[in-house]
Design a protein around this ligand. Structure first.
Ligand code: AMP
Ligand code: TRP
Length: 332
């Protein structure tokens, strides 16, 4: 069985864009691969952050991931597997400074620091973060990494570091990981379909995966559909987005029927919205119920995650032991 690794930073709520664009895929991959999924708290420290919120965000994300179907035994918290940072240091010595300064995400995020905070504090962690990400991936000898296009460059770096390491030790030790691009939908903001659904644009631009029924229905009801200037024969972005949400929720039959109506020119947006809201409410009500169940016994989840992190850590420790042997560190 091939190995898959992915990771997500503990920042704030999970919205339908995150779910349909990434997490739903994680859930599916569990059927076919040996999966390691990390909640990467060390990565969340690379941008200015609130120390009072990090731990809560970490537990919230874990709860949310389990509530939508990620198996707890596949989940680990990065700081509970300290070998990631240890291997990260080693990889620092197999990665050039120039390569890190060329990372587009570093350029984007360091600009963001300047724009959004008064002091322009750009941490070494922000520059170095792709090296830690490399350690996250290689420590489990992952064959595949499901990522969005924005992470392509970081994955290329992971392959470079693996290659440099292998060359230096004279052995094909690390697997060169491949990106796994699956066909995941891009979800747009229902309030402004020109934007992607995201937290940074503000509250009306995203739908929380655990939003109550009334909120979901209200947000879909007020969704922007067609401003009237859409060229004949094309579908307005807002309308496309509602279709996308229906399809991603697994309502294929309804999707097909509505699409036929669209082609016939008989589609009523009120019907499209009704079906979208019904599909989403069915999905989210299942998630809400699961989340309540988890929250009723928080201790159980904590114990599970402690246990899974320590199981997964054994795999990481094995890699680190072999690495130390290969590169001339004491291994007593
Ligand atoms: P973020 O928290 O924005 O870094 O996103 C975490 C994950 O969710 C990434 O893998 C993104 O590709 C995915 N994601 C975020 N927003 C959307 C969206 N509107 N549509 C599809 N995928 C998204
Ligand atoms: N850098 C990724 C992001 O910002 C998160 C991440 C950290 C990651 N380590 C990883 C993704 C390892 C894939 C594999 O979304």
């Amino acid at each position: 069985m091939k190995t898959v690794l992915s990771a997500i930073q503990p920042t704030g709520d999970m919205h339908l864009g995150n779910y349909f664009g990434a997490v739903q895929n994680w859930v599916r991959l569990q059927e076919e691969y040996k999966c390691y999924y990390g909640v990467v708290d060390y990565h969340a420290m690379t941008m200015p952050y609130d120390v009072k919120k990090l731990r809560t965000n970490t537990w919230d994300l874990i709860t949310n991931l389990v509530a939508v179907g990620v198996k707890p035994e596949n989940l680990f918290v990065q700081s509970l597997v300290p070998e990631h940072t240890e291997l990260g240091w080693i990889f620092n010595c197999f990665c050039s400074y120039g390569q890190l300064t060329r990372m587009t995400q570093f350029k984007d995020k360091s600009n963001q620091v300047n724009d959004t905070t008064k002091e322009s504090f750009i941490s070494v962690g922000l520059l170095d973060y792709p090296v830690l990400q490399t350690a996250d991936i290689l420590i489990y000898k992952a064959d595949y990494v499901p990522v969005g296009k924005d992470q392509e460059q970081h994955l290329e770096l992971a392959r470079d570091i693996a290659h440099r390491f292998n060359t230096q030790v004279g052995k094909e030790y690390f697997v060169l990981p491949e990106p796994l691009y699956t066909d995941t939908p891009k979800i747009r903001s229902t309030a402004d379909p020109a934007k992607k659904m995201s937290k940074s644009a503000g509250e009306k631009h995203y739908i929380n995966v655990f939003a109550d029924e009334a909120t979901v229905r209200r947000q879909i009801k007020s969704a922007v559909t067609d401003s009237g200037d859409t060229p004949v024969g094309t579908m307005a972005e807002g309308v496309q987005n509602l279709f996308e949400l229906i399809k991603a929720s697994g309502w294929r039959k309804e999707y097909d029927e509505l699409m036929v109506q669209h082609h016939d020119g008989t589609l009523k947006y009120i019907d499209l919205k009704q079906v979208t809201a019904d599909a989403l409410v069915q999905l989210t009500s299942g998630f809400i119920a699961k989340k309540q169940e988890i929250n009723a016994d928080k201790r159980a989840l904590k114990d599970q995650i402690k246990q899974s992190s320590s199981e997964i850590r054994k795999r990481a420790q094995q890699t680190l032991k072999e690495v130390k042997e290969l590169i001339g560190l004491l291994n007593v």
